[in-house]
Design a protein around this ligand. Structure first.
Ligand code: ZN
Length: 131
């Protein structure tokens, strides 16, 4: 089962999409398997991180900016190579175990769509695999 969700992002940041992934799991009826969450964009990403203290994801945005600043030497005509760099480093997907019909996330974990070049109209896919 494949489900595609739309997401309108704002500025660069972390968007908690855990509830969307849970919805896909529930609709699938799968009790044991995996959920693959995939981002089909080159300046955004999918990751899992802290869900309790919002300062964590703000710190990550700050650290990504410090680590991958825009540089005048970049050749890409769109001017967003720093966003492409961040996208590749974080990655396009995450895989989460489905156990007893629920996502086997840690208590402090959430699944995030990470926008590095917003605001944009985005989407992400969730594939539920029984097994
Ligand atoms: Zn670009």
């Amino acid at each position: 089962m494949l489900k595609v969700f739309k997401l309108n992002t704002g500025e660069e940041g972390f968007y908690n999409i855990t509830s969307y992934v849970r919805q896909a799991v529930n609709e699938s009826g799968v009790q044991e398997g995996i959920a693959v969450v995939f981002c089909p964009h080159t300046t955004a990403a999918i990751t899992i991180n802290e869900n309790a203290d919002p300062d964590v994801t703000e710190d990550l945005v700050y650290a990504f900016d410090k680590t991958f600043p825009s540089r005048p030497q970049f050749k890409h005509c769109e001017g967003n190579s720093h966003a492409h760099l961040k996208s590749s480093c974080v990655g396009a997907s995450e895989t989460v175990i489905i156990d007893d019909g629920a996502l086997a996330l840690g208590v402090w974990q959430a699944i995030y769509f990470v926008e590095f070049d917003g605001p944009r109209e985005r989407n992400f896919a969730v594939k539920i695999i029984k097994g």
